[in-house]
Ligand binder design. Structure first.
Ligand code: NDP
Ligand SMILES: CCCCC/C=C/C=O
Length: 334
């Protein structure tokens, strides 16, 4: 008999998530698996920003959504043999019975490829969804060219840190925006040409700091945060600039705000802006993972993880990530 533990979303979020929004429950799983099912035991769980806005679509009582790296411990599916490590969007739970055939193509679990000497947790970060967000969302939508100036907000996080390094690989000048001096120092170690600590310059000082960091203007903006940072970058875009709108974490905990009208910049600078969800590239998923792994093996791409130990600390790790407690990818180790 397997008893799974799971974190249930018991009360809708209002502002920053709090303890009262979550409840740790147990669920006894069936003893027998049906054909094509397997049992997955979580090893690492992901806490990601999208969980905050996405949960608004789910009723109270739903298990928290999310990805995990888990081990197949029992199987009636030959594509997921016992002992294999898989990535799956199984939610915040320790054990899950899965039938992959019942899931939509963009949400199917997959057996992790070999990461060589690197930890399996990277399957939640640079060698998983966030890494692919950087790889496809930046290269496909920004189409960067050598010599161009790229600005990345949320630069020291799971997605942003990879975007900035890929931009350097493509020969761009890269400016990273992050929320602490330590994060900015790490970004400069990674090769970022300039950094802005948005918390110390503040909203009033951000435009001037950007002018200093990107004196030739901005050709590509990879936007992880929205809000005043993005409004200011928009004002300093160059002719034919490209903006990849990845996320708006600065307002995930807030009611929707009225934004100032950016259309004039779009017309006279002939800008292109496109939002995306990374699963758009689900048919090319392994291409992104293989490219990022190759760059890691070549020493051209570096990662950092912020690891919280213990399933019971999932809510704490989630809130910490939403408030800037992580550098690189935030994961929870069981
Ligand atoms: N479109 C898509 O398919 C995907 C979109 N995303 C989006 O990418 C973004 C980054 O995700 P991910 O890399 O996983 O997360 P991160 O690892 O970057 O963690 C979140 C970070 O957001 C920063 N942050 C929090 N509040 C603010 C704020 N008010 N202003 C600016 N920065 C803030 C914090 O860093 P700091 O200390 O610098 O403030 C925090 O560490 C998110 O917006 C997410 O929704 C992610 C994956 C897929
Ligand atoms: C199934 C996970 C998809 C995540 C897309 C994220 C969007 C914004 O953060």
């Amino acid at each position: 008999m397997v008893v799974a533990r799971k974190w249930v979303y018991v009360k809708p979020f209002d502002g920053l998530p709090k303890d009262e929004n979550f409840k740790l429950e147990q669920e006894t799983l069936p003893d027998e698996l049906a054909e094509n099912e397997f049992l997955a035991e979580a090893e690492f769980l992901s806490v990601d920003p999208y969980m905050r806005p996405y949960m608004a679509a789910y009723p109270a009582g739903t298990t928290m959504i999310g990805g995990q790296v888990s081990k197949v411990t029992v199987s009636r599916n030959e594509q997921f043999p016992v002992g294999a490590y898989v990535f799956g969007n199984f939610g915040w739970r320790t054990h899950t019975i899965v039938n992959p055939d019942k899931l939509p193509a963009e949400n199917r679990p997959y057996v992790l490829p070999s990461f060589g000497s690197h930890p399996r947790s990277l399957g939640l970060g640079v060698l998983g969804m966030p890494g692919n967000t950087a790889y496809f969302g930046f290269l496909e939508l920004c189409q960067p060219k050598a010599g161009e100036t790229v600005v990345v907000s949320g630069a020291a996080g799971a997605v942003g840190s990879v975007v900035g390094q890929i931009a350097k690989l493509k020969g761009c000048t890269v400016v990273g925006v992050a929320g602490s001096d330590d994060k900015c120092a790490w970004l400069r170690q990674l090769g970022f040409d300039a950094t802005i600590n948005y918390r110390t310059v503040g909203e009033g000082g951000f435009a001037a700091a950007l002018k200093q960091a990107a004196p030739k203007g901005v050709d590509c903006y990879f936007d992880n945060v929205g809000g005043y940072i993005s409004a200011a970058v928009m004002q300093q875009m160059n002719l034919f600039g490209r903006i990849s709108v990845c996320g708006t974490i600065s307002n995930y905990n807030d009611a929707r705000v009225q934004v100032s009208d950016p259309q004039r910049e779009f017309v006279f600078k002939q800008l292109r802006q496109e939002g995306f969800i990374v699963t758009r590239w689900h048919k090319r998923w392994m291409e992104g993972i293989e490219a990022n792994l190759r760059w890691i093996e070549e020493g051209k791409l570096t990662y950092q993880e912020t690891v919280t130990e213990g399933f019971e600390r999932m809510p704490e790790a989630f809130v910490s990530m939403l408030t800037g407690g992580n550098t690189g990818k935030a994961v929870v180790k069981l």
